[in-house]
Design a protein around this ligand. Structure first.
Ligand SMILES: Nc1ncnc2c1ncn2[C@@H]1O[C@H](COP(=O)(O)OP(=O)(O)OP(=O)(O)O)[C@@H](O)[C@H]1O
Ligand SMILES: [Mg+2]
Length: 382
């Protein structure tokens, strides 16, 4: 793949000499700036701390490795800058991803939230990106630092896995693992990897499982509650998911806007499978996205055909957790199946159904108006 080699001056110009106003984030690796270029447009510039690369060779290896990987769900490396002498610089230049990181949405920064469908699509996209790293390149790549800040959200709310600063090649040939120093982020680190130092693709699957739970609950991986210091989301969520009571751990935004509870329960259940103690019992990333796509397909395919039966079933289990607010008209219109679980006063003007003595209103109505246009941003397995 052809990478562009940038001059340090070009990057200085594009970021007004790495000014604070152009800074979009910083992490352990260094600072990330947004830069504007005449030809390439807007790009993200990752300027590492001086100690991030021990040698030029290490930097070149990283660039070489990154340049071999291309997938719509992976942040693309556009180019790099390598200069020695007085202006020593080792900088990576990536495509600029416009809608922030998944962390912004999980933390609700700036009032940001995601619909249930966006959450499922982000899970599918991120899983596809990771599956490509694990199975689509040779030698395979294990990410090792999967966490919400490393899942960026593109223009169409598609997931783009980022931050290959910690990537290392995966096992080669018959090897099932590589031994390595433990690296990663607390809360997302696989305990099996921490104790054995055996790095396998299932190490990433564990971290991804934590993210699936966060997509359901919009809660930090580790949080202190009144009764528990440092309660991990797995321990907090497990009892409710195992009892099928997803509404008890669901992000309040989803309760307000309405969502497909069965799909959210599936996300939670899959999350628990991804974090199973024994790595080999976990699904592969390919299995993860295939299962999610199939579930979403079934959800979408099933609803228009048997609207009332399905609604009744869902509503019986869900109505108590759904709160109606009239301010979500636009989201509801785009996201038809939200209407199936949204009760008590949402979008009264469009329809009214009486079912099992329960009165509810629906805004999206695809279950009743089967030709309603829908979000087609996912591919359906055939
Ligand atoms: N290509 C990009 N496009 C848009 N924003 C980006 C891009 N890369 C990174 N960012 C933003 O910059 C922030 C900092 O990224 P960085 O990878 O340096 O650190 P981090 O992932 O937050 O933390 P850590 O260093 O612990 O991994 C990200 O959270 C994201 O919001
Ligand atoms: Mg990052």
């Amino acid at each position: 793949m052809k990478l562009r080699q940038f001059r340090f001056e070009d990057l200085q110009k594009a970021t007004r000499n790495f000014s604070k106003d152009w800074l979009i984030g910083s992490g352990a690796f260094g600072n990330v700036y947004v830069g504007t270029f005449d030809v390439e447009g807007t790009l993200a510039i990752k300027k590492p701390n001086a100690e991030s690369y021990t040698s030029t060779e290490e930097f070149r290896n990283e660039v070489r490795l990154l340049s071999t990987v291309k997938h719509r769900n992976l942040v693309e490396l556009v180019g790099f800058c390598e200069e020695s002498g007085p202006k020593t610089a080792k900088i990576l230049v990536y495509e600029y991803v416009t809608n922030g990181s998944l962390l912004d949405y999980i933390m609700g920064r700036g009032g940001r939230s995601l619909t249930w469908r966006q959450r499922v699509n982000i899970a599918i996209g991120a899983a596809k990106g990771l599956a490509h790293l694990h199975e689509g390149v040779n030698p395979s790549i294990i990410h090792r630092d999967i966490k919400p800040s490393n899942i960026l959200i593109g223009e169409g709310f598609e997931a783009k896995v980022s931050d290959f600063g910690l990537v290392r090649s995966g096992p080669v040939g018959d090897q099932s693992h590589v031994s390595s120093q433990v690296k990663g982020t607390p809360g997302y680190l696989d305990p099996a990897y921490c104790s054995s130092f055996h790095l396998t693709p299932f190490t990433d699957v564990y971290s991804f499982g934590v993210i699936l739970l966060q997509l359901v609950a919009a809660r930090p991986a580790i949080e202190s509650t009144r009764n528990h210091a440092n309660l991990h989301i797995i321990d907090w969520a497990r009892p409710c998911i195992e009892r099928g009571k997803i509404e008890e751990i669901l992000d309040a935004n989803l309760l307000i806007e309405g969502c497909n509870m069965e799909m959210m329960l599936k996300l939670g259940q899959l999350g628990l499978r991804c974090v199973m103690k024994e790595p080999k019992k976990r699904p592969t990333m390919t299995q993860v996205w295939q299962e999610l796509e199939a579930d979403l397909y079934l959800t979408d395919d099933f609803l228009p055909k048997q609207p009332c039966k399905m609604d009744s079933h869902r509503l019986n289990g869900i109505s108590s957790g759904s709160i109606g607010h009239e301010s979500h008209q636009s989201t509801m219109d785009q996201d038809y199946s939200q209407s199936i679980v949204s009760v008590d006063g949402i979008n009264l003007q469009r329809f009214r159904v009486d079912l099992d003595g329960l009165s509810f209103q629906s805004g999206g109505l695809r279950c009743l108006e089967t030709n309603e246009s829908t979000d087609e941003d996912f591919s359906i397995p055939r």
